[in-house]
Design a protein. Structure first.
Length: 251
């Protein structure tokens, strides 16, 4: 009877120890439980073997690449600047024939076109002090307009591009300097400034975004402390009873 009581106490202790709730296994794990039953007189034991297979997924990283789009430059054709000097028969300070406009200022490289809608013959020639009552031909030295005499019959036209800065004083050799003369001033071209395109600053790389691994979450369980305490008490009582029985037997 006393032996049976001790065995029962031991069984309760083992049962209390094995009755603790097992933490919930994470997704992807496998738990195997095996139970072995001994003969009637032996102490019943339960053994639990847990094999856990953990699957770890690599953290997901999301990276946004910044792209910079540039528009290709569009080439635009710009027409060369041009001015027209006509031979007029009336207007301010124009008694019979005159150049209109009598004075004009152009940029270097501008094309000048002389036209003659007057119905009479005319010419265009650079002045010399001897031919123009002491007036010089100006400070410009463009080779297209140095000493050439341009003939302008009725309804005719003639064009030339002046690229050298300075002044060009001209007259009509048929009607004379006092009646027909004019001045063209060619301004020096502005210095060309080359501006290098500025590259846009690189966009900052976004921080990688890591998604939490659902398999890494674990659950916890409580421990049945009152049941263990009761089983321990029963074990102590059983052991004490066995000790008293042995002493009586020895006596």
């Amino acid at each position: 009877m006393r032996r049976t009581t001790a065995i029962a106490a031991v069984s309760l202790v083992l049962l209390a120890l094995t009755a603790r709730p097992i933490a919930a296994a994470p997704a992807g794990s496998t738990t195997t439980t095996s139970t072995t039953t001994l003969p009637h007189d032996a102490t019943a034991t339960t053994s639990t073997t847990a094999s856990t297979t953990t699957t770890t997924s690599a953290p997901a990283t999301t990276t946004t690449a910044a792209r910079t789009k540039r528009r290709a430059p569009v080439a635009r054709a710009h027409a060369a600047p041009s001015v027209t000097v006509s031979i007029a028969t009336s207007g301010p300070n124009c008694s019979t024939f005159c150049f209109s406009p009598a004075q004009t200022t152009i940029a270097a490289g501008t094309t000048v076109t002389f036209t003659n809608p007057s119905g009479a013959d005319h010419t265009v020639k650079r002045c010399t002090p001897a031919a123009c009552n002491g007036a010089s031909g100006g400070t410009g030295n463009d080779p297209q307009f140095l000493s050439t005499t341009i003939a302008l019959p009725p309804n005719a036209s003639y064009s030339l591009a002046l690229s050298q800065p300075g002044t060009y004083v001209f007259y009509c050799t048929i009607h004379g300097y006092a009646l027909m003369h004019g001045t063209i001033t060619v301004a020096a071209a502005a210095p060309t400034t080359t501006v290098s395109p500025t590259s846009p600053a690189p966009a900052p790389s976004p921080s990688p975004t890591t998604s939490p691994d659902a398999n890494a979450l674990a659950s916890t369980g409580g421990t049945p402390d009152p049941l263990v305490a009761i089983a321990g008490g029963l074990l102590v009582v059983g052991l004490a009873a066995m000790g008293v029985s042995r002493r009586r037997t020895e006596q």
